[in-house]
Design a protein around this ligand. Structure first.
Ligand SMILES: [Zn+2]
Length: 332
């Protein structure tokens, strides 16, 4: 089914809904959210570029990562497999050696601290590299002003190797994919993004946050950071899923899910899965449906488990104190 047909189906459904008085104010907002989900769903497809994956192979310290994964597998308790340990090794290297967090960049002239003084659109070259927004910083010492382009495309990030959550999640999710793992890029409505990888050992999607070097700690945001959330949606090339239940265990303390009726988001996700899986074999589609069922059960089970103690979960490591406070991520 093509995009136009899907959109027409959706518009018809929304027209029917608009005829019902209680939903009269819903359609435009719902439509915007539907479009946003469709747009976000394109992200994992950009990781499938084989030339880009070859470039990743030339950048990654493969021998070291393979050795480290083998060692972890030998010393591990058998709950993960080699591929999972490979991602854990990648995570350590990515966080500690490859990528840098930028609160505000150092002055390119005198290396002093800088302050954000504004923003502007990208120039032609930045735009070509996939930059949508440029932050302007002024040096506290020499007053020099410099640009900090925010990239959300893999290629420039493989070279700049710096940024905040968006850049980290984009580059790390891509590298997991380049290493042959099934990956999801997870979008959160409260301005955070992270990764999920599929573990064939555990038969489930596993949370990974490269900014925090966090592996399988889905409650780190709600319980560790004290972050209030509404929607978390995972996107891969063959599976789109509302994974909010995995990350939001106490929705009554979270932000309200009021961007559109639940039926609309369910419908949007269903259509995307149909579309993404349309070229797969019957056998592969059936495997994915089994996986969907397992995940549905897993996600539903979190609704009945209740609160989970936060003692073991770390506070947010990345970002300045002021920035974390502004974002409601400075802990409870
Ligand atoms: Zn300076």
């Amino acid at each position: 089914m093509n995009f136009q047909a899907i959109t027409e189906r959706f518009v018809n459904i929304m027209r029917q809904k608009a005829a019902q008085p209680s939903d009269a104010s819903r359609p435009p907002e719902s439509f915007a959210f539907y479009h946003q989900i469709r747009q976000l769903s394109q992200e994992p497809w950009t990781y499938e570029d084989s030339e880009l994956q070859d470039l990743a192979m030339s950048i990654l310290p493969l021998e070291r990562l393979f050795e480290e994964a083998t060692k972890r597998e030998k010393e591990g308790d058998g709950s993960w497999n080699y591929q999972d340990y490979l991602i854990q090794s990648l995570l350590t290297w990515f966080k500690r050696e490859f990528f840098s967090w930028v609160n505000s960049p150092k002055c390119e002239r005198c290396q002093s601290d800088t302050n954000l003084v504004g923003a502007c659109g990208p120039n032609l070259e930045e735009s070509f590299q996939g930059c949508n927004n440029v932050e302007i910083y002024q040096c506290n010492s020499c007053s020099h002003q410099q640009r900090f382009p925010r990239y959300n495309k893999v290629r420039p990030l493989l070279f700049s190797r710096k940024g905040r959550c968006g850049e980290w999640a984009c580059c790390f999710t891509f590298l997991c994919r380049a290493l042959g793992t099934r990956t999801r890029w997870v979008w959160n409505a409260e301005d955070h993004v992270w990764t999920e990888i599929y573990s064939y050992k555990q038969n489930r999607w596993v949370h990974v946050d490269s900014c925090e070097e966090s592996f399988d700690q889905p409650l780190i945001y709600e319980q560790g950071w004290g972050k209030k959330m509404s929607y978390c949606i995972g996107f891969s090339i063959d599976s789109v899923r509302d994974v909010s239940n995995r990350y939001i265990r106490n929705p009554e303390n979270g932000n309200p899910r009021n961007r559109c009726p639940e039926s609309v988001i369910g419908h949007a996700i269903k259509l995307l899965n149909e579309e993404f899986r349309s070229s797969l074999s019957e056998k592969d589609r059936s495997k994915l449906l089994d996986e969907d069922k397992r995940e549905e059960e897993e996600l539903l089970s979190y609704r009945t488990k209740g609160d989970v103690p936060s003692s073991a979960l770390p506070a947010r490591q990345t970002g300045s104190e002021g920035w974390k406070h502004e974002r409601g991520e400075a802990g409870n």
